[in-house]
Design a protein around this ligand. Structure first.
Ligand code: C2E
Ligand code: MG
Ligand code: MG
Ligand code: MG
Length: 280
């Protein structure tokens, strides 16, 4: 295709391209089987209110363990699923499972928890998403306001008008929308102004060198200011050590997620780890 003498990465040979395609197709076929066989699971990573120490929400993260025990990372299989309609089936499974899990928490200490679910671009462009989600949440008698859909900036760019229509419809029904990996993409301020977004997730690349780098701290503070002025919650991603957490708290960041605060866990383990909405 576009491989030319100007391309900076060395173009694959035909044989290498074929091998890649074969691998992609084999992962896709195995994934399709895994979905049907019930081999996908959800793990839930805590999103903490770092001002109060309370559990604020969780992010549902899909997990695939092959029958031989090998774990395949979502960074590997989600992009492959996104190249076919498989992502629609996976997205639907993830959403149904996350809503069922949220329903199972009703009546307990974690009943008010927000559940974040990652969305793929093609789920948004079809336009069927709002009705599908409304049907699922009605069936389980769940408040839609506890469900937060995570989108990335690049998704907003693909078909901005269609995506904006779907987002507004989802907001009317009551779902919340969060912008994932914020700062890595190209969303314009105009988009942030006009789209019905309720929170920003500061990409973990800005959190990483927070305690040592002047500029990283300046960027983090700028994102926090932006969120504050637009009345958006800001959730810092990828907090791994106490120094990063301390800087974020000092900057007035209200919410955080990362291995320091909690790893992704199966639902039953999460419930045990946060008996009264606080870490045990
Ligand atoms: P994401 O939505 O940005 O999710 C956060 C990722 O960062 C997760 O990786 C999480 O385990 C990891 N993480 C959390 N805290 C830390 C930390 O302190 N340090 C580091 N280094 N990493 C941390 P995971 O579970 O491997 O997921 C990777 C990506 O795959 C997600 O990035 C998301 O884009 C996608 N993904 C996961 N589950 C789903 C899903 O159900 N549907 C869709 N469409 N995409 C999904
Ligand atoms: Mg996410
Ligand atoms: Mg993220
Ligand atoms: Mg990410």
């Amino acid at each position: 295709n576009g491989a030319s003498v100007f391309s900076t990465s060395s173009p694959d040979t035909l044989a290498a391209q074929r091998a890649k395609l074969a691998q992609r197709l084999s992962i896709e076929a195995e994934l399709r089987e895994a979905l049907l066989a019930g081999h996908l699971r959800l793990a839930y990573q805590p999103i903490m209110d770092i001002a109060s120490g309370q559990l604020h929400g969780v992010e549902a993260l899909v997990r695939w363990r092959k029958p031989d025990g090998e774990m395949i990372a979502p960074d590997v299989f989600i992009p492959i699923a996104e190249q076919s309609d498989l992502i629609i089936d996976i997205g639907r499974w993830v959403m149904r499972q996350a809503l069922r899990d949220l329903a199972s928490l009703q009546g307990g200490a974690l009943a008010r928890l927000k559940v974040h679910v990652n969305m793929a671009a093609s789920e948004f462009v079809s336009g069927a998403l709002p009705d599908t989600l409304r049907f699922m949440s009605d069936e389980l008698a769940l408040p839609t306001s506890q469900v937060v859909l995570e989108l990335t900036e690049s998704m907003l760019m693909r078909q901005p008008e269609q995506v904006s229509r779907v987002m507004h419809r989802l907001r009317e029904i009551g779902f919340e929308i969060s912008l994932d990996d914020f700062g890595m993409g190209h969303s314009s301020l105009a988009m942030l102004k006009s789209l019905p977004i309720s929170s920003l997730k500061m990409d973990r690349s800005f959190v990483r060198d927070l305690a040592s780098g002047e500029r990283d701290r300046a960027i983090a503070e700028t994102i926090l200011d932006l969120g504050h002025h637009l009345r958006l919650e800001v959730i810092a991603e990828g907090i791994e050590d106490a120094a990063q957490l301390a800087v974020l708290q000092a900057c007035g960041c209200r919410f955080g997620q990362g291995y320091l605060l909690g790893r992704p866990l199966p639902l039953d383990e999460l419930v045990l780890a946060f008996p009264d909405g606080r870490p045990r």
